[in-house]
Design a protein around this ligand. Structure first.
Ligand code: FES
Length: 112
């Protein structure tokens, strides 16, 4: 089984357009995931850092939501334009991107 230093889960959950909580897919979840995977591959980090699709992380109002493990840093409102900064500053440099960190990160398991 491969060992990864970090896992990055990107919510790509989809809901109906009229759902009151909205969804990360409609806010660009797939595009953020694709940009993240592309950036990790371009930096040669694909074997050390794994980017995965996630279902709803229960932070829909703050989407696109991302969580980075093992340090459990939660990001909200992530766009494609933020991906390089997250990779450079956090995933390579070890310093979370403060302006994107959720102020009240969840403490329980995602509800789906
Ligand atoms: S739909 Fe993305 S956190 Fe709920």
């Amino acid at each position: 089984m491969p060992h990864f230093d970090r896992h990055v889960f990107v919510c790509v959950n989809e809901r109906a357009a009229d759902h009151p909580r909205g969804c990360c897919k409609a806010k660009g979840g797939n595009e953020v995931r694709d940009a993240l995977k592309k950036e990790l591959t371009a930096r040669g980090l694909g074997k050390a850092i794994r980017a995965n699709n996630a279902g709803c992380l229960d932070q829909c109002e703050h989407g696109v939501t991302i969580v980075v493990y093992p340090e459990q840093v939660w990001y909200g409102g992530v766009t494609v334009d933020d991906v390089k900064e997250i990779v450079d500053r956090h995933l390579i440099g070890g310093e979370p991107v403060a302006r994107l960190v959720l102020a009240d990160p969840p403490t329980s398991e995602p509800t789906g």
